[in-house]
Ligand binder design. Sequence first.
Ligand code: DGY
Length: 434
Amino acid sequence: MPPSALYTAACEILQENDRGTYTVPTKGLYPFQWNWDSCLTALGQRHLDEARAWLEIATLLEHQWPDGMVPHIIFHQEDDGYFPGPQVWDTQRPTPTSGITQPPVLGFVLRRLFEQAQNRELAEQQVRALLPKAARWHQWFFSCRDPQHTGLVALLHPWEAGRDNSVDWDDAFRQVPTEGIQPYVRRDTQHVNAAERPTQQEYDRFLWLVQHFRNLGWDNTRLHEASPFRVVDPGFNAILLRSEMDLAWLAERLGQAELAATLHARMDRTQQAFASLWNAEQGQYQPYDRCRNQLIESFSIAGVLPLFAGVGSPEQQQAMAARVAHLRKQVQFGVPSHDPADARFDARRYWRGPVWLIMNYMVWDGLARHGFTAEAQQVVQDSLALIRNSGFAEYYDPLDGAPCGGTRFTWTAAMVLEFLKASPEAPLATSQAA
Ligand code: DGY
């Protein structure tokens, strides 16, 4: 498949999943607007229509909560093909939303949209409107998910990480009870092979947490202390830190010195706090269970994401690049979301091993920004090889490249447009003309 055909196929998927003011991740399995899906989708949309990309973000931020949180799902219309729907969340928002958040790639995306915009006037107008909302969301993270001011925020639900069933929190998640959950019927396994999705036990715990938070009225001043699940994920915190940096960059460009100074002070604290998660033996960062006050012995792709935020000394960055190489060399297609050498690795089960193009994108960016150019390019090549072999899947088996999860997936298509732009094999300028 030549680059021009990849480009055309990716554009078709973005258009097919476009609902006018927001984009669904895929038909059937995910029929609403998801937070980080939308932000990363905007990166792809900008190659087709910059105004549409800005609209994707503006729509998401219209549903920001009064306390500053940007929810992980916006239920724009009814669709009983997804569970748990708005009645289960019962968040009492004018347009129903979920009650938890998702990785804040927003700040990073805003900068990229702004910095590379063709339409400068539109970009400046959009960033002036969206930056205060993004900054409020970041403030919310540090007030509600880091009440002890450690510099690192905790996830209160695995869905917040976006890496729902990662090995990283197997033990921490087992502390969540399952008693008293209301009977429910899963919908995800009606769309996708159950062997590629989280287990029933995990779903019971996902639901217990939703019920628990709902019973607390979704009051974010109480949830952190009341949650039996509080995990500090290096991947999530790296994304937040990178977005903090990019919001600070934007604030400086727009002459908002006070906001830039606030962000810089927080960034310094976070950079320092990362040291507590470093594992020298593994050469990567590791998660921390804030309920039980202990580091978690799990070494997933999240532990190299700090490269994306420029965290660590040059030696630590070198070690993380070596970890990426270690992950890649055990599989046919990189980068697996969990180390295949770990007995808990599962090549097809969602976040326990499969390759995700959005992770590849952040790993690629992190490698490239630290000068690991050849390694970065290998990640792009693996990503495009997966698309050529298996189409635009939600995720892929790293051992044989089989497509897994949902099909014709929006953010996979968006990442392909980004990789085509970056790849010497196929500069987007050429493919766009095709
Ligand atoms: C799901 O339903 O699979 C999602 O990951 C939750 O956001």
